[in-house]
Design a protein around this ligand. Sequence first.
Ligand code: C5P
Length: 135
Amino acid sequence: MSPRIVVAGAVTSVDNRLLLAQRRYPATVAGLWELPGGKAEDDEDVKFALRRELREELDVGVEVGERLAETVALSDDLTLIALWARITDGVPRPVEHSRLRWVTAEELDKMVAGHQLVPADTVWVPELSGVLRRA
Ligand code: C5P
């Protein structure tokens, strides 16, 4: 059986900030910040899955772009990927998370240094902060 895919959104703003969401559960990662997203359904297109997840979790519509380079094997049966996204309608609100934050590249780097990101998401930091700085 092929692994289930977890899709995460690297949601960026026109002023070069990245949207981070603070997890409420499980206890191992509660309080840490992540790129919002969730599990794709079987045979669900990953872009479609991310649009559905961000509607559910943030109550916004997004346009989904390219995949980020790194893929994370969370377990034998769970693979995590991330895709760039832009909000096309609505203002994000934390439906399932405790808080949301728009961070600059500098703030992202500080959060990583302070171990405030969920461990799996740290693989994307070089690409994320590179794009936020370059844009
Ligand atoms: O959000 P959800 O609990 O559906 O995520 C499924 C799995 O993917 C969990 O193990 C979660 O910790 C992980 N995940 C992650 N980074 C994200 C989103 C989810 O490591 N940005």
